[in-house]
Design a protein around this ligand. Structure first.
Ligand code: HEM
Length: 421
């Protein structure tokens, strides 16, 4: 538990199907892209999301990440239209505006914690896009606090994770109190929007009014739980993606210069906007490469609904499958010189003979990340808005270690000195 990534790397030397036991049960790691493709894409009904009710967290959310079966299918169908490119386009201006505001608070010459700064920025962007709230408002403050305690609550190092949620540990109590406040605020916002005749552009309004062709909608609880789900699923992940991208660029001057040259050519002196994004192809390769080396979600888990076999090895229902992006993204069988930061490996002519599921930072199959376009748009726009204004010099240890947990968080603060250009 202390070093899950070193552990996964070690067991990969045993083969592509490796069983191991922990206090949480029996796990089977699948370390070949063909197995990942089978689980996520070919047989998603046979290998389902692990049931969160198995892990008592004190909430039993009915959000998209956690629900299964028919409820998942209905929710996904209702929500999909909120995440098309046309819809997401309307968030682009807010993404740039919030980034400019954040940059306005930075002073050249100061040292900042990049991981914290991006976490705050990604949260502000989500708060605007999902709830149409200004950062200064009380509601936004409650949202920021909820995101913070939820992060703490889910961190593996937190002893409360191993205790039932009714045990009144300080963190369980803090979580319950803050979550209760969050629920009250969101319920009040839902009531407000229900009364208002206009349908706003934010996700909350869209979810409240969304329905499938057959007329299926979301219940009030589902809307509220999804707001929490999106807040968590969309903020820590994107902020880690940005942190690692800027960290890599800060250590590779030649790549940074290529990205800036592309920005100059495509965006010039304009404000970055949605219309520029399709032409930011090298920036996109840089992001792809950062998400390869540092996938914000480092491992996926699935539960076999019935016994199955991989390469002739049996896995039982009730055990858990581990699909580690972190390890497969660095496997020398699929990646030449895997530890090198080499965005050009994403050029078409160099991508041909790689198995599709050698790379799955956003998962795959029907349950792939619904926020992928949102996140990719956000990362490109934030980079465009920041790199033109600032140089980033890494001043903390370049050898990263990671916290064990659901997301790939750096164990130590990532500090950079920022200088105005
Ligand atoms: C770089 C940023 C992001 C990364 C790396 C990422 C990664 C992932 C991955 C790997 C999954 C699949 C989980 C599984 O199969 O068990 C997923 C699902 C999901 N993501 Fe993201 N995500 C990102 C950003 C976002 C954003 C911005 C949002 C929302 C605005 C979001 C919302 C979701 C939701 C709701 C699901 C569940 C989808 C379903 O089960 O149908 N994600 N994400």
């Amino acid at each position: 538990m202390r070093n899950p990534f070193g552990f996964l790397e070690e067991i990969a030397s045993y083969g592509d199907v490796v069983q191991y036991r922990t206090v949480l049960g029996t796990f089977t790691a699948l370390l070949h892209p063909d197995h990942v493709e089978r689980v996520l894409l070919q047989e998603p009904n046979r290998f389902q999301q692990v049931d969160v009710a198995d892990f008592d967290m004190g909430i039993d959310p009915e959000g998209l990440v956690d629900v299964r079966g028919e409820q998942w299918r209905r929710q996904r169908t209702v929500m999909q239209p909120a995440f098309t490119m046309e819809r997401i386009q309307s968030y682009a201006d807010a993404m740039v505006e919030v980034t400019e505001d954040t940059a306005g608070e930075w002073t050249g010459g100061e040292t900042i914690r990049l991981d914290e700064a991006f976490s705050e920025l990604a949260l502000r962007i989500l708060t605007r896009s999902l709830f149409d709230l200004d950062v200064e408002s009380d509601d936004a403050d409650v949202i920021a606090r909820t995101a913070r305690v939820l992060n703490e609550q889910l961190a593996v190092g937190n002893p409360s994770v191993l205790l039932p949620s009714w045990v009144p540990t300080p963190s369980n109590r803090r979580f319950k109190r803050t979550y209760g406040e969050f629920v009250d605020r969101v319920d009040a916002m839902i009531a407000d929007r229900r009364e208002s005749p206009d349908i706003g552009d934010d996700l909350l309004s869209i979810l409240l009014h969304a329905q499938t062709d057959e007329g299926a909608t979301l219940s009030e609880t589902e809307v509220r739980d999804n707001m929490l789900t999106f807040l968590f699923a969309g903020h820590e992940t994107t902020s880690l993606g940005l942190t690692y991208t800027v960290l890599l660029l800060a250590q590779h001057d030649d790549e940074l210069e290529r990205v800036r040259a592309e920005h100059r050519e495509v965006i010039g002196d304009d404000d970055p906007g949605f219309e520029h994004v399709p032409r930011l192809t090298h920036t996109e390769r840089v992001i792809d490469e950062a998400l390869r080396l540092y996938p914000p979600i480092p491992t996926l888990f699935r539960e076999p609904m019935e016994p199955a076999a991989f390469d002739g090895y049996r896995v039982d229902s009730g055990s858990i499958l581990t699909l580690p992006q972190f390890t497969i993204h660095r496997d020398a069988r699929f990646w030449a010189d895997p530890m090198a930061f080499d965005p050009d490996r994403w050029r078409e002519e160099r991508s041909d003979d790689r198995p599709e599921y050698a790379y799955f930072p956003f998962g795959g199959g029907p349950r792939h990340c619904i926020g992928m376009r949102f996140a990719r748009l956000e990362m490109r726009l934030v980079l465009a808005a920041l790199l033109r204004q600032f140089d980033f010099e890494l001043v903390s240890d370049p050898d990263l270690e990671f916290d064990p947990g659901m997301t790939l968080r750096p164990a130590d603060p990532v500090r950079v000195r920022i200088d105005e250009r």
